[in-house]
Write a protein that binds this ligand. Sequence first.
Ligand SMILES: Cc1cc2nc3c(=O)[nH]c(=O)nc-3n(C[C@H](O)[C@H](O)[C@H](O)COP(=O)(O)OP(=O)(O)OC[C@H]3O[C@@H](n4cnc5c(N)ncnc54)[C@H](O)[C@@H]3O)c2cc1C
Length: 421
Amino acid sequence: MKRYSALRILKEGLSGHKGWQPAWRDAAPKPAYDVIVIGGGGHGLATAYYLARIHGITNVALLEKGWIGGGNSGRNTTIVRSNYSMEGNTAFYEHSLKLWEGLSQELNYNVMFSQRGHLSLFFTPGQRDALARRYNIMRLNGIDGEFLSRDQVQKMVPHLNYSEDSRFPIMGGFLQPRAGTARHDAVNWGYARAASALGVDIIQNCEVTGFIHEGGKIQGVETSRGEIRAEKIGMAVAGSTSLLAKMAGLGKLPIESHKLQAFVSEPIKPFLDTVVVYSAYNGHFYISQSDKGGMVFGGDLDGYNSYAQRGNLPIYTDVAGCAMNVMPALGRVKILRQWAGIMDMSMDGSPFITKTNIDGLYLNAGWCYGGFKAIPGSGWCFAHTIANDAPHEINSPLTLDRYRQGRQIDESGHGPFPKAH
Ligand SMILES: Cc1cc2nc3c(=O)[nH]c(=O)nc-3n(C[C@H](O)[C@H](O)[C@H](O)COP(=O)(O)OP(=O)(O)OC[C@H]3O[C@@H](n4cnc5c(N)ncnc54)[C@H](O)[C@@H]3O)c2cc1C
């Protein structure tokens, strides 16, 4: 596969763009592989890439029932950060952020990672204390984080609502400068292209419909394109995890499927050059501006279980209410598009990258609505776990049996209520 470079763009530009090739091979399934990865979202694609790139396992099939990036990895609000405070999450998300920092070079694909900062506003002394605790833990772990007074926030983002008469006056903010956004499609396509170049078969329109068990071990999958054999199978199917787990005989997992919506406005001139997060009593709201100018924002889950990739109106109005509270200028902007994704919400709000109790079956799930930022770290750790049949130190706390052992990683402190995380 030819490398992308500035010189290449110039040459292609001068010769009518006739030399570009498809970014990855459209592979047909072979009867057998060393490893099958189910799910062509960012987590599955990154896993396939690191299996080939780091562990030298190139006889890998990536099976996707639709098109790659058609799930949550192509539907999210693209926020990347590592401002976590619980043991288990802290090291994992920082590892992932470090991989993001070199990802475009690693993949030879511009994933448009922009470290524009992530600013969490606070409105009460209680919120300030909770955020201060979190940011102190981060700094003790060598992760960047800064406390900003109300005046510093105003200097950084002048057009928030700073009125003392507003419903929730802004008191200040916590900033992670190395956080930011990336281009979701580019991340999926970049991993697919790089994995395919190393020999991985990216197989779209191939739905897994069953699992083949022989002698107490997993031996392959049944798919809409026939039987495919492998002794190691990794599952990274986000909102469809419970369905696949049932098929595989894993039983009922501590995961519920919930919907989360995203909204994009009409493009406007440069207005916001950081990510702003608002959490007050009337809801949750996060916003950034895409490189095309659209304001990209979202809020809480829709609040009930569903496998539909479309959202409900009450959340739409909640999110709009929060937007008007903190950024009243948005009231003049039209919303252009809206959609939902199916979130794999775990009981404690933290993920699983783990072996299962079925030999040869590995699970990557429970990303809730924070798994975009985790894509590089998750793929890296999942590939290690599959290749070595054992977790890496970084993902060793992210097991399924942590509930049995009382090692919950409840980052938001909401208790065992998936829809609350
Ligand atoms: C609206 C929204 C906003 C979000 N915002 C953020 C954010 O700002 N920051 C952040 O970090 N995270 C965010 N997230 C979460 C993040 O997008 C997800 O956690 C992450 O993309 C999950 O990636 P994945 O690869 O596990 O799943 P997905 O990208 O959903 O991929 C799973 C794939 O599995 C495939 N599949 C399912 N069943 C089968 C089958 N039987 N056979 C074959 N293939 C199958 C699906 O078609 C799908 O393509 C958001 C999510 C949504 C929906």
